[in-house]
Design a binder for this molecule. Structure first.
Ligand code: NDP
Ligand code: 2IT
Length: 448
């Protein structure tokens, strides 16, 4: 990766000083600021108006207590977050993450990335993120419901169709969105579908939202391959995770002629050289909420590697779809050495800075998360459009819109990288392209 321009370096030091201990946030900020030297050279007004300093400071940060009772009647206390990062382009928009590792630094890195990602979609959405250190693993349905109700009992006063529109992320899917929507409706006495996205299909949800992040990431990689006169046809692929993003990445890769041989969860890796059985994975993960290890009970030939490292399995296309910093410098070097030619990030910031450098130096097709996984939030914005119009679109129509959005994001990032003298560098392309649109809107809005 590059260096931070001397005009910007002080701003990064200020971010470190003002946000101590938030290492993931620092990492996300540094990656963007490293791309902005040539932008401020062309746009001195961004420096004068302190646009970068303002973008690095969330507009509003909400931290709240979430008390609830488990099935034994014991009182539990978690912490809830909503960081409303930037509303220059539209209402705050971004997911909620429920995972024990959640703290302010994680929510802020995700919220920061979300601003540029949402800008890249071309749709009218600002950036935000929220969540809790609640761990849904091993909890009963009733416990998850009571937690979601308590979480929404505070969150409801901060959100709204024109203010802030949460959705899912790790640990938050259709079930959790349902419980939160029910509680929002009860407290406010308003049936307001536009307040959350990722809803069920009978109560305001959009077709293709469930599939959108994985499908979109695969469309993005397909475009990167096309730009190199290549395709998914016959490619061996590995996809980390086995949650929402991983499942629909595997589905779309398979539809486009690729072969997925491995996926994972936080306990281990499944390797099936015959190609993953997606129906079984959906049954295990979406219906029965079991662990990926159970795959081998049905497919005896497949290998389960406890505590394994999926990036050691040779592949041509790798799609990290689990969590942040899951590919380090060594993993990236292993992937490249084993013949990997494309990486598409379904997850947010899954590659460490050392790993990113390896991919860029090797000049493989590397699609950073804020571009590659933007299909999820883009389809959330399509859900908002349908809600506003009291409409519902067909699967084919919505999927085509998603594909067009991903093609457009790809070409914008590709062309921006060329324009700024770094052909093929989608990191630079995505950061610059995402930033400029927000910065111009902020200049137009004056000092707010
Ligand atoms: P899910 O909760 O559906 O699945 C998460 C998967 O990642 C699980 O297999 C989980 O394994 C694994 N995982 C999570 N945390 C860790 C960890 N610390 N170490 C190892 N494995 C881990 O989440 P999603 O599929 O929705 O999200 C996956 C990634 O995609 C995240 O980075 C998210 O921010 C990003 N993303 C999601 C979007 C969406 O629309 N849902 C949109 C854009 C990006 P286990 O069950 O063992 O925890
Ligand atoms: O990281 C992301 O873009 C998401 N988790 C989806 C956000 C959304 O509002 O759909």
């Amino acid at each position: 990766m590059g260096q931070v321009d001397e005009k910007i370096e002080g701003m990064y030091q200020e971010v470190l000083k003002r946000n101590p201990g938030e290492t993931e946030f620092h990492q996300a900020v540094l990656e963007v600021l490293e791309s902005l030297g040539p932008v401020v050279a062309k746009h001195p007004e961004f420096l004068e108006r302190k646009i970068i300093q303002r973008i690095c400071e969330p507009e509003r940060q909400i931290i709240f207590r979430v008390p609830w009772q488990n099935d034994k009647g014991e009182v539990q206390i978690n912490r809830g977050f909503r960081v409303e990062f930037n509303s220059a382009l539209g209402p705050y928009k971004g997911g909620l993450r429920f995972h024990p590792s959640v703290y302010l630094g994680i929510i802020k890195f995700l919220g920061f990335e979300q601003c540029f990602k949402n800008s890249l979609t071309g749709l009218p959405i600002g950036g935000g993120k929220g969540g809790s250190d609640f761990d849904p693993k091993g909890k009963t349905d009733d416990e998850v419901m009571r937690f979601c109700q308590s979480f929404m009992t505070e969150l409801y006063r901060h959100i709204g169709e024109h203010t802030d529109v949460p959705a899912g992320d790790i640990g938050v899917g259709g079930r959790e969105i349902g419980y939160m929507f029910g509680q929002y409706k009860r407290i406010t006495n308003r049936y307001e579908p536009g307040v959350l996205t990722g809803k069920g299909l009978t109560w305001g949800g959009s077709l293709v939202r469930t599939e959108a992040t994985g499908y979109g990431a695969t469309f993005f990689v397909n475009e990167m391959l096309k730009a190199r006169k290549d395709s998914f046809d016959g490619k061996i692929c590995t996809v980390s995770g086995s949650g929402n993003v991983a499942i629909y990445t595997i589905e779309k890769i398979t539809q486009l002629g690729g072969k997925c041989v491995a996926c994972s969860d936080s306990n281990g890796v499944i390797y099936d050289e015959k190609g993953l059985d997606l129906d079984l994975i959906k049954q295990l993960k979406e219906v029965e909420r079991r662990r990926i290890q159970d795959y081998t009970a049905t497919h005896k030939h497949a290998k389960y590697i406890a505590k394994g490292n999926i990036w050691e399995i040779p592949c041509q296309v790798a799609m990290p779809s689990a969590t942040q910093n899951e590919i380090n410098g060594k993993d990236a070097a292993t992937l490249v050495k084993n013949g990997c030619i494309a990486v598409g990030e379904g997850a947010n910031m899954p590659t460490t800075p050392e790993g990113v450098k390896v991919f860029l130096d090797a000049r493989i097709a590397y699609g950073p998360g804020k571009a590659a996984n933007a299909g999820g939030v883009a389809t959330s914005a399509l859900e908002m459009q349908q809600n506003a119009g009291r409409d519902s679109w067909t699967f084919e129509y919505t999927e085509k819109k998603l594909e067009d959005i991903m093609i457009n994001i790809h070409s914008n990032c590709y062309e921006t990288a060329e324009e700024y003298g770094a052909p093929g560098n989608y990191v630079l392309g995505a950061n610059i392209c995402g930033f400029i649109k927000i910065a111009n809107a902020m200049v137009a809005h004056g000092l707010v």
